[in-house]
Design a protein around this ligand. Structure first.
Ligand SMILES: C[S@@+](CC[C@H](N)C(=O)[O-])C[C@H]1O[C@@H](n2cnc3c(N)ncnc32)[C@H](O)[C@@H]1O
Length: 271
């Protein structure tokens, strides 16, 4: 197993940690569970998100099929274009590549499939989902990777250590976009890039109203996301909308709201 402690820091005081995952300054202790580095501090991330255990007891392929069964034809076509565009970027990656909010690993799987030479890092606030995804990915792929349970708003990575950050709808699921983007900016190297699959909705849509209730509105509205990326320090910010489709009712997803148009974008931003 590749040791990750040199990249990691205490999410509370941002100081280095020992190989045993103890903070050198404040003394907080972190753990390794099922090969996943768990650096979440309850003082910062009190309301930790937890995946439903019944979901994690299921087979990945079955779950995927179940989710896909709610996706209408036009969304499938749009997502195919979106995935194809992302693949071209992935094949140019090098160094350390973090996948923000890995979840069940659809995006992470694309990183593991790539022949390009880089070290993928799976990251999610829920250690249980990461243990599950890590196991599934190891059964399927031989490419080495690291898995770190961390809160995107209080990242357990040192300053200037990551070459690329990617995500598929990760920022659409993390409340308080501005804070998460500031943290990401801190951990990327100068010249490091965020290249993420992301989706937008119209500002006056029902989806935007619902997103506001969950403090997710800034991620779902294009102009707010651009503003938060710029505010965090990113330059050359681009939001390339590559496809759009009307979203069908999906009981496995909170957002968007059925009937609203979803715009599929690739976000590019550089530190
Ligand atoms: C639906 S998944 C995103 C899809 C996933 N990227 C993929 O490719 O399959 C959303 C994930 O966001 C994670 N998440 C929510 N808040 C987070 C936070 N503050 N930091 C890191 N991950 C977070 C959740 O635990 C969940 O696994």
């Amino acid at each position: 197993m590749i040791s990750a402690y040199k990249l990691l820091c205490c999410p509370l005081c941002k100081s280095a940690v020992t190989e045993e995952l103890k903070c050198l300054i404040c003394g907080e202790k972190y753990t390794l569970i099922g090969g996943v580095y768990v650096l979440i501090n309850p003082k910062l991330s009190g309301k930790e998100y937890k995946w439903n255990e019944s979901i994690l007891s299921q087979e990945r392929e079955k779950l995927h099929q179940q989710y896909r069964s709610f996706i209408n034809e036009e969304t499938r076509k749009a997502q195919k274009v979106w995935q194809g565009d992302m693949k071209e970027y992935i094949d140019t990656f090098h160094g350390y590549v973090i996948d923000i909010a890995t979840g069940l690993g659809e995006m992470f799987e694309n990183l593991l499939k790539s022949k390009a030479t880089f070290l993928p890092i799976a990251m999610d606030v829920d250690p249980n989902v990461l243990v599950w995804t890590k196991k599934k990915m190891e059964e399927k792929y031989s490419k080495e990777f690291i898995a770190v349970a961390s809160d995107a708003k209080h990242l357990a990575f040192k300053n200037n250590v990551l070459d690329y950050a990617t995500s598929m709808a990760g920022f659409n699921n993390i409340p308080d976009t501005a804070l998460a983007l500031k943290e990401l900016y801190r951990t990327l190297k100068y010249g490091g890039k965020l290249i993420a699959m992301h989706s937008f909705v119209e500002e006056d849509s029902n989806s935007a109203k619902l997103a506001r209730q969950y403090n997710l509105e800034r991620a779902f509205i294009e102009k707010y996301l651009i503003s938060d990326l710029t505010e965090a320090g990113f330059k050359d910010v681009k939001t390339n909308i590559v496809a759009s489709a009307i979203w069908a009712e999906n009981p496995m997803d909170l957002l968007p709201v059925a009937g609203d148009t979803q715009y599929f974008a690739i976000i590019e931003a550089e530190k």
